[in-house]
Design a protein around this ligand. Structure first.
Ligand SMILES: C[C@H](O)[C@H](O)[C@H]1CNC2=NC(N)=NC(=O)C2=N1
Length: 117
């Protein structure tokens, strides 16, 4: 395992989940993200719109690249003109502070992405 992956605390089953208080604080930093409850855990989700499939795919790959850098991976659904990004920590079945950090980094990427709608 690379050092980048070793640093991903959220990818350990016994990592701490965010408390309700922390969640309320952290979600204020990423106001365009929704919390979805899926089965037994929460996920952070946001839809980004693009002018066409090519721009959506380029953004998908950019998000994939930052995920690989840190060894923490989102679910990515690429459609024509639309990318749905979902962050959670599957090993620990819930939200870790790291998911909020990655959501914020996804917003930074989106701010300079080409072909946003
Ligand atoms: C072994 C490897 O680091 C783990 O499977 C990582 C990979 N990427 C991951 N990404 C996310 N989002 N959650 C995880 O629990 C996770 N685990």
């Amino acid at each position: 395992m690379s050092l980048a992956q070793a640093q991903c605390e959220a990818c350990r089953a016994d990592a701490p989940k965010v408390s309700d208080e922390e969640l309320a604080e952290l979600i204020r930093e990423i106001p365009d993200w929704n919390i979805e409850v899926r089965g037994d855990h929460m996920e952070l989700e946001r839809v980004y719109l693009f002018r066409n499939f090519r721009h959506a795919l380029a953004f998908t790959n950019a998000v994939g690249a930052i995920a690989e850098e840190v060894g923490h991976h989102p679910a990515l659904l690429t459609e024509w003109g639309k990318v749905t990004v979902t962050w959670w920590s599957h090993e620990m079945r819930g939200l870790h502070r790291n998911d909020f950090i990655m959501a914020a980094r996804t917003d930074v990427l989106a701010a300079s992405a080409e072909g946003r709608k």
